[in-house]
Ligand binder design. Structure first.
Ligand code: SDX
Length: 431
């Protein structure tokens, strides 16, 4: 939505001014369109970490960090978590509307038809050490998938972009499951298209060649919920990476691989693994206070993993849902999860501490998710792969939106140069 509203920026050193239009969306902060700034004033904006920068127009996800609101195509995450399925949320993210029964059936069938990968790709895994970090494998193997489709995918074609979305979402479960199978010395398992998307993933992860596999419905529903909650999240670091790679017109699988590489960081998707490692290091509720004190100590690089968020200055709505799901799952599966007790006590202590209150640091999506993955017997090192599995739907939805954007152009930020002034080369003998 455009408006006649504008902001005038004046350089008080020269008296030169530029009037920048203010663009307003459906919700959220309006944006100052500064695209004429450099031409008119000869200046760049400076925004390390892009905390005050909108990189694009998007209709996919809306976050309100102050109110703790998360909408996908206008639907509240709480309602999608309660009523929807991961496959249906993927359709919503990619197509913009909830599917009717026929559309959902066609979509589900299409994802199943794209569940396999070229048999030669299976050999790719054996190039890794058996104990390679799963995210290093996923980054590589998803990039390798590009080699099978790059030559015959026209990213300028909406039809090919939609086909790519089905391929990415359809293939990720098998690509992720193979990582676990390879690390465990187990044979790879082909998809069983008689099973639902999430159950099929668990079948490819855990089935035993010599025994029939019966998935625990409680576990399937818990994993489905986690995947819905991780599917997309506006212009986070990994999504921004996918968009930047996409703006160079790279292969979409290579763009997703770049997103995986970014998600791996412990400040981003790697936090779910780091949370469980932190809770294990705390070991007992009596040790919590010393860790909270370390997190507050500026001389200590330790941060409370799973706490804080660039956008949410309120409780992450996903964390609320996951916390309850974790509690219910542990009860339903009669699991005694001592780490859950430590996590709840850590949350209570931190939320009463002035340092966290003042900085509006609340638990984020990663604080409890690892405890559910643990209850589902997913190895800690695989937690971020689980995040990537779900987020690949958001990444490819955002990529298709980028590629059809009428204002599409390559992303190319500038800088504030603080290096050496120009100088002449000094021959070695004179240095
Ligand atoms: C995800 O962007 C997304 O949407 C991401 C995500 C998604 O779905 O895609 O939601 C997923 O990545 C969630 C975040 C997971 N990461 C963690 O849990 C790692 C721990 N959290 C922090 O590293 C941190 O909170 C970030 C990286 C998440 C946010 O960093 P910011 O926005 O750059 O915040 P900041 O560093 O400017 O912090 C502001 C203040 C600082 O103190 P002061 O300098 O003001 O005194 O808060 C402090 C920070 O030191 N702070 C923390 C803290 N997080 C921030 N202090 C202790 N422990 C923490 N976890």
């Amino acid at each position: 939505m455009s408006s006649t509203r504008s902001v005038t920026i004046t350089d008080n050193a020269t008296g030169k001014s530029v009037e920048c239009p203010v663009l307003e969306g459906e919700y959220g902060a309006p944006v100052i369109d500064i695209r004429t700034l450099y031409r008119e004033l000869g200046m760049f904006t400076f925004d390390v970490g892009y905390g005050s920068t909108a990189s694009c127009r998007s209709a996919i996800t809306y976050l309100d960090g102050e109110e703790g609101i998360l909408l996908h195509r206008g639907y509240p995450i709480e309602q999608l978590a309660e009523h929807s399925s991961f496959v249906e949320v993927c359709y919503l993210l990619v197509h913009g509307e909830l599917p009717d029964a026929a559309q959902l059936a066609d979509w589900e069938h299409a994802l199943k038809m794209h569940g396999m990968t070229h048999e030669h790709l299976s050999r790719f895994y054996s190039g890794y050490r058996y104990d390679a970090h799963p995210m290093s494998v996923l980054t590589g193997v998803v990039g390798a998938v590009a080699s099978y489709y790059h030559a015959n995918t026209d990213i300028a074609s909406e039809e090919d972009r939609m086909l790519t979305a089905r391929r990415v979402i359809g293939k990720m479960p098998g690509l992720v499951a193979k990582i676990y199978r390879y690390a465990s010395g187990l044979p790879f398992v082909y998809p069983d298209n008689g099973r639902s998307y999430v159950e099929n993933f668990m079948y490819m992860m855990y089935s035993w060649p010599t025994e029939p596999y019966v998935a625990n419905p409680v576990a399937v529903r818990a994993l489905e919920l986690l995947m819905i909650l991780h599917a997309d999240h506006e212009q986070n670091a990994s999504t921004s990476t996918v968009r930047l790679a996409g703006s160079a017109e790279s292969s979409p699988f290579a763009c997703v691989a770049a997103g995986i590489a970014t998600l791996w960081g412990k400040s981003h998707g790697g936090a779910n693994e780091a949370v469980v490692q932190m809770l294990e290091e705390i070991g007992d509720v009596k040790n919590i206070r010393q860790f909270v004190d370390r997190a507050k100590d500026k001389d200590d690089p330790f941060r409370l993993m799973g706490f804080g968020h660039r956008v949410y200055k309120n409780y992450d709505p996903r964390a609320k849902i996951i916390r309850k799901a974790c509690h219910d799952l542990l009860e339903e599966m009669h699991l005694n999860q001592p780490l859950f007790e430590i996590a709840m006590e850590l949350e209570r202590i931190a939320l009463e501490d002035e340092y966290f209150i003042e900085r509006k640091l609340y638990p984020n999506v990663d604080f409890y998710s690892g405890l559910i993955y643990q209850a589902l017997n997913i190895p800690t090192a695989m937690f971020t792969c689980m995040f990537a599995l779900a987020r690949s739907a958001g990444w490819i939805a955002q990529w298709t939106e980028l590629m059809r954007d009428p204002e599409f152009r390559i992303g190319r930020p500038r800088q504030l140069y603080v290096g050496a002034a120009q100088r002449d080369y000094v021959p070695l003998a004179e240095r």
